[in-house]
Ligand binder design. Structure first.
Ligand code: C5P
Length: 278
């Protein structure tokens, strides 16, 4: 039995850090959107477990979030059928695009599918939150307001479809390092519920509280943002903890040596079905 599923990237249309928690995590409030830049996961029920990846730089041991998701699925269900998983990697790493978390969510969904769906989506979302803060979002239908560590979902109706250009410089950023460089007194005082309301009424404000710590770690990112704005994009914002940016509306995409760019659009899935691209 085989199954191939896409594993989409995400962007954060706004990302507000609310406070540092006692457990070291940060309370956040963010509008997440899935996009059509994706990896593909191929699953095959087989004789023995294997995990392979088209990108040799990605570890395929127990540190890989796919392996963690598989272990979690087995731990919770006691269903231990061996499976071969191959990942075609396209989503850049250390980019703030959630590639690893998306792969974990896709693995939970794929295993559930292959083993005839014994588990509810709500249950998969809960297990996803144990694997990583961003994993539950990828089990939403593609647009969600996320709070807590990021793992508490409020599912939203799809936003109007938009083209998005992702720009990824060669240097990546480590999420824990960015959070460590956050200066709490620098954070915006905006009320995220008001921002969300305005967003849904068609009056969006795009901002990311993690831009400042990321720009402190990689100062050229601030210059790259200005360059992209000068290229004509009306909105240029770092996604998650960086180092990628997403650009909205009519810029002229100039291919430069200093970054790789990807063209994508917002995507959502239908209830009960997985994400797909035309
Ligand atoms: O949950 P996840 O394992 O993806 O988080 C990776 C790291 O990012 C955490 O260990 C923590 O340093 C940081 N983080 C945080 N606050 C969050 C999410 C992540 O400080 N809400």
């Amino acid at each position: 039995m085989t199954l191939s599923l896409i594993s989409p990237a995400k962007i954060n249309l706004f990302l507000r850090i609310v406070r540092r928690r006692e457990d070291g995590y940060h309370e956040l409030a963010s509008l997440f959107q899935a996009i059509s830049l994706f990896d593909t996961l191929h699953f095959r029920l087989s004789e023995k477990d294997s995990l392979t990846c088209s990108d040799p730089t990605l570890p395929t041991d127990q540190s890989n979030l796919i392996a963690k998701a598989l272990a979690s699925f087995r731990y919770h269900t006691n269903l231990h059928h061996p499976v071969s998983i191959h990942v075609e990697k396209r989503i850049p790493q250390q980019a703030g695009l959630g590639g690893g978390s998306s792969n974990a969510a896709t693995t939970l969904w794929g295993m559930n599918q292959l083993l005839n769906q014994p588990i509810s989506e709500a249950q998969l979302i809960q297990w996803g939150g144990e694997i990583g803060s961003d994993v539950p979002f990828f089990l939403s239908e593609g647009t969600a307001y996320c709070t807590g560590r990021g793992e508490i979902l409020r599912s939203l109706l799809p936003l109007p479809k938009q083209r998005v250009v992702i720009v990824k410089p060669p240097q990546g950023l480590s999420t824990p390092l960015v959070f460590k460089n956050l200066i709490l007194s620098e954070l915006s005082a905006r009320d995220p519920e008001v921002i969300l309301d305005n967003f849904l009424k068609g009056d969006p404000i795009y901002f990311n509280d993690l831009e400042l710590p990321s720009f402190r770690l990689l100062p050229f990112l601030a210059k790259l943002k200005i360059q992209l704005q000068e290229d004509g994009f009306s909105t240029v914002l770092m996604s998650g903890s960086g180092s990628s940016f997403f650009c909205l509306k009519d810029g002229k995409m100039i291919n430069r040596d200093s970054y790789t760019s990807y063209s994508a659009e917002f995507i959502n899935r239908s209830t009960g079905q997985w994400f797909c691209v035309e």
